[in-house]
Unconditional design. Sequence first.
Length: 234
Amino acid sequence: MIAEDDEKQAELLRRYLERDGHTAVLVHDGRAAVESVRHRAPDLLVLDVMMPRTDGLDVLRILRAEKYDLPVLMLTARSTEDDLLLGLDLGADDYMTKPYSPRELMARVRTLLRRTRRPPAAGGRQPLTAGPLVIDPDRHEVTVDGEWIECTPGEFRILAAMAAEPGRVFTRERLLRELHGYARYIGDRTVDVHIMNLRKKIEPSPRRPVLLLTVFGVGYKLAGPAKRSGHARP
């Protein structure tokens, strides 16, 4: 689904997507985007920030509040890092600033779909565990001490990668590759925002993490076996 108020730009994106083998639905304002997601359940949403009636950030807030976990690629004319990080903080999976290359956008769409399409349960992948944290790749679910934790697709990918190797230090560059398939140009704060949000969800005290740890000057890691035994949520 493409939510873009510039009809010419939306039509150009539709042609590129259809040329790439996708079916594309166009909407031109925020309210229509929300209603269309509710009724059509698209595989991916290309979402412009500046739209009439309801802007893209509010569309994202509504969809995440209603538990829609479809991948969202945001389009924005805002070039400041804080504005871009706000979109990630609200649950966007990727973004592009205008003007952008349609070919690059198609590459990012392919990457997002490849990384968020869930294989059938018959694949039988075993859940990943790190102390009280359990990540189920087939169900796309995260629990802590049996309590379900709501995660964005990007947060899930970070946890799944780190839980596969608890105790190993992941640099920010490595985590960016887990998120997008390549190191992003906006810098380390993208990862830091995801880590901050994850700590709010999985740690008893986010300011004093015992699961998702910082390795100063290097990156982050999930606590290894020796550090997991005493963790308990209040």
